[in-house]
Design a protein around this ligand. Structure first.
Ligand code: PLP
Length: 481
């Protein structure tokens, strides 16, 4: 590593990146390339001799950028946001510079200690119960993704139950609504939960697609009567489909009554709960054993940075720790430190707390709160647009910054709206101006507009709506011919 060469190359790269952001609106938000496109443009093997940065940047401009879907574009409204920010970006740079592998405290004490401190900061912003703070038996740990978070929580819950010795793996049952992210299904597969013991409880429009506690209670009673053991309940705050919020207080009471581990997946919406007016969505968290939110979705922290808090770290350590000779060291043996390798799946880990710390410091809590409030306000504006056009309807109440809406099928066509809305989505996305995604709710193909890209302003919402209206008119016009 030659420092002067780094300076020169990094300056050039920063210029390239700044130009990219300046011109981001000129690119189609959803990449329009066909599968396998890149093979035509790149050689079959790696270069034998060094190439110039300029020629690589040319390739990026010509060949890579066309195959990029621009998640940071102000016209990005698909899935959920994946925020990049100057602070997050600088934190990533710094993390890449140190390039430590902080599996245990001794491998880089600052990495572990900063993570503990920053997760306590965020826990306090979220007003999490004090058992989730590092001063007791609990605390936070940064995972790569919400999927890893639910997996480690499930493994800890499973082993806690098996340790007691009253159950075998084949008897353990997991509960969640059918709106729960597929990450839970994957976690069950990995954890060896019998596929028939994964209870997916249907959520209906009558509860705005949240899990009905009474149905859950009945399902559990039935399982117990057949000798099964309920052990894990996953509740979601802000489901992936429609941002539904499961009723945590009622679910918490059930989990407690049956001795189940309660995990809360707030991957997207958890960030908004640092605003006092949205904190009530996690009321009831007192009964939870684990809580997870992705700072890399909506909290201006570049991917990846999923924040998991648990009340009892030792449950994770029991499931995940190993102690090979080559990692033994005085600090760990004296039990004075946390070794994060024991609270996650991999051994190695990046210095991810740096970027979150930089985000919290460079923006400050008030700016972060106002940032999310603005997105929620923009989503409200979009709801007003939809409501103003009788051809459309808002399908579920707007939650956070997500709007689920639908183009009503005219009575003269043979379509229940499924094909119509699918075609509308295709037309809108292939325009390249915006990118939205969809869900299916009660059999309806529903369009989702998730506000949350850092560069999105009021004008982008207005332009998105005009585009949707225009494409709907073209589509409806072609059907009535
Ligand atoms: N949970 C919810 C509610 C989500 O919306 C998502 C992704 O959008 C996930 C989990 C999975 O997130 P990750 O990619 O961090 O595993």
């Amino acid at each position: 590593m030659d420092a002067e060469q780094l300076r020169e190359h990094a300056h050039r790269m920063v210029d390239f990146i700044a130009d990219y952001y300046k011109s981001i609106e000129s690119y189609p938000v959803l990449s329009q390339v066909e599968p396998g496109y890149l093979h035509e443009h790149l050689p079959d093997s790696a270069p034998k001799h060094p190439e110039k940065l300029e020629s690589i940047l040319d390739d990026i401009q010509q060949n890579i950028i066309p195959g990029v879907t621009h998640w940071q574009s102000p016209g990005y409204f698909a899935y959920y946001p994946s925020n990049s920010s100057i602070a997050g970006f600088l934190g990533e740079m710094l993390s890449a510079s140190f390039n430590i592998v902080g599996f245990s405290w001794v491998a880089s004490p600052a990495a572990t200690e900063l993570e503990v401190i920053v997760l306590d900061w965020v826990a306090k912003l979220l007003k999490l119960p004090k058992q989730f703070l590092s001063s007791g038996h609990g605390g936070g740990v940064i995972q790569g993704t919400a999927s890893e978070a639910v997996l480690v929580a499930l493994l800890a819950a499973r082993d806690k139950m098996l340790k007691i010795g009253k159950s075998s793996l084949g008897n353990l049952v997991v509960y969640a609504s059918d709106q729960t992210h597929s990450a839970l299904q994957k976690a069950c597969q990995i954890a060896g939960i019998h596929p028939e013991n994964f209870r997916v409880i249907k959520a209906y429009s009558s509860t705005n697609y949240s899990l009905d506690p009474e149905v859950l209670r009945k399902t559990i009673s039935l399982d117990i009567s057949t000798g099964l053991i309920p052990f894990f309940l996953c509740a979601t705050v802000g489901t992936t489909s429609s941002a539904a919020v499961d009723p945590l207080s009622a679910l918490g009471k059930i989990a407690k009554a049956y001795g189940m581990w309660l995990h809360i997946d707030a991957a997207y919406a958890g960030s908004a709960c640092i605003c006092p007016e949205y904190r009530h969505y996690i009321d009831g968290i007192e009964e939870a054993d684990s809580f997870d939110m992705n700072a890399h979705k909506w909290l201006l922290t570049n991917f990846d940075c999923s924040l998991l808090w648990v009340k009892d770290r030792s449950a994770l350590v029991y499931s995940l720790s190993t102690n090979p000779e080559f990692l033994k060291n005085k600090a760990s043996e004296e039990g004075k430190v946390v070794d994060f390798k024991d609270l996650q799946i991999p051994l190695g880990r990046r210095f991810r707390s740096l970027k979150l710390w930089m985000v919290l410091r460079l923006y400050g809590v008030e700016n972060l709160q106002n940032y999310m409030r603005n997105h929620i306000k923009l989503a409200q504006q979009f709801v007003e647009f939809v409501n103003s056009d009788p051809r459309f309807e808002v399908v579920t109440p707007q939650m956070f910054s997500l709007v689920c809406f639908y183009l009503r099928p005219p009575p003269n066509i043979q379509d229940d709206g499924y094909k119509l809305n699918k075609s509308l989505l295709g037309a809108v996305n292939s325009s390249g101006k915006i990118f939205m995604s969809h869900t299916v709710l009660s059999g309806k193909f529903v369009l989702r507009l998730a506000v949350g890209a850092p560069l999105t302003e009021e004008r982008h919402i207005k332009e998105a709506w005009e585009l949707i209206q225009e494409q709907a008119s073209i589509l409806l016009g072609s059907l009535s011919l």
